[in-house]
Design a protein around this ligand. Structure first.
Ligand SMILES: CC(C)(COP(=O)(O)OP(=O)(O)OC[C@H]1O[C@@H](n2cnc3c(N)ncnc32)[C@H](O)[C@@H]1OP(=O)(O)O)[C@@H](O)C(=O)NCCC(=O)NCCS
Length: 275
C-alpha cells in the first residue's frame, strides 16, 4: 500500500503531462481505484480519539489522475447513449447490494453489504456503509463518507469534494436518518444516530444551535444523537434585517436510541418498502 501511495505521489506533480497513452500510470491508478471500489481503502475517516476527520489526500490524487488518464468512451444501451471517461461499478449481487433500475454507481465507489440503491447516484470515491438505504433521487457526491445503517431519504444531496485534495468530504456517521431533500455539502458532518429533518441545509458556514440552551454548538456539524431541523436566524445588513439559514437541535436522544420516526423507517424497510 505504501508503495502505491509513493507511486501516486510521484505521478501527481506530472498530472498536467499525463494522458490516455500513459498505460503504466493508468495501471497504477486503476489498482488504487480498485482498492476504493472494494472498500479496502477510504478517502477519509473519523479519528475517534481526536474527533476529527482525517483525509487521505493521495487517494483523491489517484481519482483526479484517473480523469486525466482515461479517454472518453461512448456506451450505448438500448435507446440510450452515454459518453464518459469512467466505467460504472459492477458485481452488486456478489457484494450483497440491491440496485434498482435507474440507480448508478461509478467504479471506485464502495457499497457495503446490504446497501439498497433506489434510483440514485453514487460517485467515485464515495463510501456507503453496510445496511444503508440510498433512497430515490438521492445523490452521494465524490468521496462522501456515509456510515452503516444510514437512511438517505428521497432527493437528499450529499455534496462531493475532489479539489482541493486536503478538503474534507461530507461525513454522515452510522445510524443517521437524513430527511428528504436535505443538502449537506462542503465537508459538513452529521454525528452518529442523529435525525436531520427534511430540507435542512448544512455546510461549514451554517451555525448549529441548541434549542434548549440557545448555545451555538458549532458550524456544519450536527452532534451525535441529535434531532435537528432547518431553522433561520435574523441577521442585520445595511439593507435591513434578513433571515439566514441555521440548524436547530430540537432535542437529544440517548445514545443508542432510535427516534420513533427512524424506527418507522426501519419497519418499512424491513418489509422492502422504500420510504
Ligand atoms: C426531524 C423530525 C424527526 C422531527 O420530528 P419530531 O422530533 O417528532 O418533532 P415534532 O414533529 O414534534 O416537531 C417539533 C417542532 O419542530 C418542527 N419541525 C418538525 N419537523 C421539522 C422540519 N423538518 N423542519 C423544521 N421544523 C420542523 C415542528 O413544527 C415542531 O414545532 P412546534 O413545536 O412549534 O409545533 C421529523 O421532521 C422527521 O422525521 N423528518 C424526516 C422525515 C423524512 O424525511 N423521512 C424520510 C422520508 S419518508
Amino acid at each position: 500500500m505504501a508503495d502505491l501511495e509513493e507511486q501516486i505521489e510521484a505521478l501527481w506533480p506530472r498530472a498536467g503531462e499525463l494522458g490516455p497513452d500513459d498505460a503504466d500510470a493508468l495501471a497504477v491508478v486503476s489498482e488504487v481505484i480498485d482498492l476504493l471500489d472494494r472498500g479496502e481503502v477510504r478517502v477519509a475517516e473519523v479519528d475517534a480519539a481526536r474527533d476529527t476527520v482525517v483525509v487521505h489526500e493521495w487517494l483523491k490524487h489517484a481519482i483526479l489522475l484517473l480523469f486525466r488518464l482515461r479517454a472518453m468512451e461512448t456506451v450505448e444501451l438500448g435507446p440510450f447513449e452515454f459518453a464518459d471517461k469512467l466505467p460504472l461499478k459492477h458485481g452488486f449481487a456478489a457484494a450483497g447490494v440491491r440496485v434498482v433500475p435507474g440507480a448508478s454507481a461509478r467504479w471506485g465507489a464502495y457499497l457495503g453489504n446490504g446497501v439498497i440503491c433506489m434510483p440514485s447516484y453514487v460517485n467515485i470515491g464515495a463510501r456507503v456503509g453496510a445496511g444503508t438505504m440510498v433512497d430515490t433521487w438521492a445523490t452521494v457526491g465524490s468521496c462522501a463518507q456515509i456510515g452503516e445503517d444510514v437512511h438517505l431519504s428521497g432527493g437528499v444531496g450529499i455534496g462531493g469534494v475532489l479539489e482541493p485534495a486536503q478538503a474534507a468530504p461530507v461525513v454522515i456517521e452510522d445510524e443517521v436518518l437524513i430527511g428528504s431533500r436535505c443538502m449537506i455539502t462542503q465537508g459538513a458532518r452529521v454525528g452518529r444516530g442523529s435525525v436531520v429533518g427534511e430540507g435542512t441545509i448544512l455546510n461549514p458556514s451554517i451555525p448549529v444551535f441548541d434549542a434548549e440552551t440557545g448555545e451555538e454548538l458549532g458550524r456544519g456539524h450536527v452532534p451525535p444523537w441529535s434531532v435537528a431541523v432547518q431553522a433561520s436566524r435574523p441577521r442585520q445588513f445595511p439593507g435591513g434585517e434578513f433571515f439566514l439559514p441555521c440548524v436547530l437541535v430540537l432535542r437529544r436522544l440517548t445514545e443508542g436510541q432510535r427516534h420513533d420516526k427512524a424506527q418507522l423507517n426501519d419497519v418499512l424497510r424491513a418489509h422492502g418498502v422504500s420510504v
